[in-house]
Design a protein around this ligand. Structure first.
Ligand SMILES: NC(=O)c1ccc[n+]([C@@H]2O[C@H](COP(=O)([O-])OP(=O)(O)OC[C@H]3O[C@@H](n4cnc5c(N)ncnc54)[C@H](OP(=O)(O)O)[C@@H]3O)[C@@H](O)[C@H]2O)c1
Length: 306
């Protein structure tokens, strides 16, 4: 896979990847397979997550989908070929996570998760909403819920010692300068909360890599998928955007590459059009002090609210 050193200019950076999404996005090779591997993926019942699940099943993995929406998910599972389970979880309500992980332990039946894909995400939440525990909802689902899922899996010894942890971020993170549990955006678009949550995802992945060097931890930019988050219901707009941007299947490729390929580097950021990216030194995602403090914030919530 190619390596790209990213420009310090955000404008040039956006131009370099925004153009020709379809042509520049690689397709994950069919080999190696994932026979005998177990993958847990959040948000695997629609969009990029569902296409990732299909790609994992096609490569022989056993897949556990963690999402809300039991009925929809059960129906989707019936349409899939392969060994696939569904587990109901609401990442926005952290009290649902420990019970779900106990059920996950039951499904695993002494086996362990080889690959954890933190894919679920919400965006453009308007109006501003709080989680049942009082945290800004985009932060709660996109970052906090995934942190608690990871910690619960880890404390219950459900991850292999060298598990791959793939966090689906989004280059929109570069618009943000912080990520906090109590961000308020009344009167503004939820995009700011979304970009902040994604810088949180980047910090989370890089801090996880530093704290747990045995795992292979990566952050991924899947590409821009018009039918996914923030999709416009207008058919004409969707048609135009679909011709320029990626399909959900295209958006699944980078997660699949990171899940399957041998030469994936831990602590790196993989981008659908830029490959392994070398971020500029002043990039917000590389701020070690902020990411360390951010991890502590998540740990404090974990200790206090669970
Ligand atoms: N689409 C893009 O252009 C784009 C660009 C960059 C990054 N990304 C990232 O890629 C990932 C997938 O995006 P997508 O476009 O495929 O979005 P999507 O089609 O809206 O899917 C989001 C998934 O998250 C799940 N989810 C939402 N809230 C949840 C909750 N509280 N608990 C558990 N699961 C929850 C949803 O399932 P239920 O609602 O059934 O629970 C759904 O499966 C996200 O992390 C997104 O930020 C997307």
């Amino acid at each position: 896979m190619k390596t790209t050193k990213i420009s310090k200019s955000k404008f040039r950076r956006m131009l370099s990847w925004g153009w020709m999404q379809k042509a520049k996005t690689p397709t994950c090779p069919n080999l190696p397979t994932l026979t005998n591997k177990i993958v847990a993926i959040t948000g695997g019942n629609s969009g990029i997550g569902l296409e990732t699940v299909k790609g994992l099943l096609a490569r022989g993995a056993e897949v556990i989908i963690l999402s809300r929406n039991g009925k929809k998910s059960e129906d989707i599972i019936k349409s899939l070929n392969g060994k696939v389970h569904f587990l109901e979880i609401d990442l926005g309500n952290i009290r649902t996570i420990e019970p779900a992980v106990l059920k996950l332990k039951g499904i695993l039946n002494e086996r362990k998760i080889d690959i954890l894909i933190n894919n679920a995400g919400i965006a453009l939440q308007e109006p501003h909403r709080l989680s049942p525990q009082g945290y800004e909802m985009t932060f709660a689902v996109n970052v906090l819920g995934h942190h608690i899922l990871f910690k619960e899996c880890q404390s219950k010894l459900l991850l292999t010692h060298d598990a791959r942890i793939i966090s689906v971020a989004g280059d929109i993170y570069m618009q943000a300068d912080d990520c906090t549990p109590n961000y308020k955006y009344e009167g503004k678009s939820g995009v700011s909360a979304y970009s902040r949550s994604k810088v949180g995802v980047m910090w989370w992945a890089f801090e996880c890599y530093r704290l747990y060097p045995d795992y292979k931890v990566v952050a991924v930019h899947p590409g821009v998928v018009p039918l996914g988050l923030g999709a416009n219901e207008n058919a004409f707009f969707t048609c135009i955007m679909s011709s320029i941007l990626l399909s959900p299947k295209g958006g699944a490729q980078m997660s699949l590459i990171c899940a399957t390929q041998p030469n994936i580097e831990s602590g790196a950021y993989y981008h659908n059009t830029l490959g392994k990216t070398i971020l500029p030194e002043n990039d917000i995602a590389l701020n070690k002090e902020k990411s360390k403090n951010f991890w502590h914030t998540l740990e404090d919530i974990y200790a206090k609210d669970l």
